[in-house]
Structure formats: C-alpha cells, structure tokens
Write a protein that binds this ligand. Structure first.
Ligand SMILES: [Zn+2]
Length: 231
C-alpha cells in the first residue's frame, strides 16, 4: 500500500512518477469518451481540461516511469494536433468495433515484457510493452483493452439515428440509440413518415374549407400540383 498523498491530479503528478493505473471498469467508457474529444477545443477551453485528459492518458497507458514515452505524453499539451491524430485513430478503431468490421494497424515495433510477479494481481499490467512510439502505444493498448474485455467491447454500438450515428457504450442489450434524445427523434421521424399522408389529407381538407368560407360555397377548389412534402 502506498502512502496517500495530500493532493492528486495533473498539477501534482511528478514528472516521471508512476500514476495509479486506470480501473478496469473505467477503461472502455473512457475510451468511448476519448473518441469524442476535440483536442483543439479542449486546449482552448477551461484551463485544466487538457492536462486532465493527458493525466488520464498516462493512467490508461500505465507507462513504466523510465519509458521515454512519458515525455512524449506530456508534450501533447503543447501539441493538440498530434493528440487529435491519435484520438482519430481510436475513433476509427471503436467505429470498426461498433460496426463489427476489421481494423488494421501497422506498427513499428518495440519490445514486450512479462512481469510474472504481477500475474494475477489487481491493477497494473503483467504484460507490458515498450512501444517504439506513442501512436503505436495508444493503438496497441486500446486494442488490448478491447480484446481483454470482450463483453464490454460488444456493448460498443453505433447509434442508428441517421443524423447522429455516433459510437456509444450500450447500457442494455439491444440498445439502438445513444440517448433518449436520439430515440425520441427517431420515434417522431417514424411517426411523421407513417402519418404524413393522413396529415396531408387533413391539411387539404382544412384548406378547402377555408377557401369555401371566403368564397361562394360551390366554388371548386383547384388542386395544387403535388409537391414532395405531400407524399
Ligand atoms: Zn445518437
């Protein structure tokens, strides 16, 4: 057990200090959230937002203190574009999972270490990789996480609301929409489609009635040419 520090957070994490690894149940929800991050607007947003994300990225990657990648991760704070490129790849990966499609990542190598003393212990990764670069590390760790928690990975779905289509982590089996908002939007879309003809008929009747009220009751109302909205 480690001695508890007075304060924890991005500002207090020493340069190469090993952070507490991200809890297992937090990983896939965090990855899905990450895939929606816009690094540039995060950099321009509230002052703590980008350092917080980078802190979480370090927790998730669970790098050894002596790994050169630590410095690269911290450097992302000044290079949101590089961070965004990595996020975009994660987004692509999660999209492939949601759509049950293939995802391919070619990587430039590194080394892999099995720390047998950590096998079966909570937290930390018994099998650790020393990836050659940060881009490789991000994808490789994400791939590992998806593969290690298949049950959670299968909950990654794409919202079927045509204007949304974003990737989300389903809370229930057969959940088709990312939110109530999208479910409602789709329901009213379907309603409009099935009730459209009936409504067009009602509107036509109302229109004819109004015209008749203003003119002699026996005037025949000319039919409007059909427009797309009528069908
Ligand atoms: Zn949606």
């Amino acid at each position: 057990m480690t001695v508890s520090r007075k304060s924890k957070g991005p500002n207090y994490a020493a340069a190469n200090e090993r952070l507490e690894p991200m809890r297992k149940e937090r990983i896939l929800p965090w990855l899905v959230d990450l895939s929606r991050v816009n690094a540039a607007s995060l950099a321009d947003g509230r002052p703590g937002d980008l350092p917080n994300l980078i802190y979480e990225l370090r927790q998730w990657l669970d790098l050894e203190p002596d790994e050169p990648l630590n410095a690269e991760v911290r450097g992302l704070e000044k290079n949101p574009a590089r961070l965004q490129a990595m996020i975009d790849r994660v987004t692509e990966l999660l999209g492939a999972v949601a759509d049950r499609k293939r995802f391919r990542a070619d990587y430039s190598g590194g080394s892999v270490i099995l720390d047998a003393g950590k096998l079966g212990s909570e937290g930390g990764r018994a099998l650790s990789y020393r990836d050659a670069n940060l881009e490789d590390a991000v994808l490789r760790v994400a791939l590992d996480d998806l593969y290690e928690d298949v049950e959670a990975a299968m909950r990654i779905q794409r919202c079927v609301e045509p204007d949304c289509l974003r990737v989300f982590l389903a809370e229930r089996k057969n959940q088709k929409y990312c939110s109530h908002r999208c479910a409602n939007k789709m329901a009213s879309r379907v309603y409009r489609k099935t009730h459209g003809k009936e409504r067009a008929r009602r509107e036509r009747a109302r229109y004819e009635r109004r015209v008749r009220e203003r003119t002699a009751s026996n005037v025949k109302v000319a039919r409007r040419p059909r427009t797309r909205g009528d069908s």
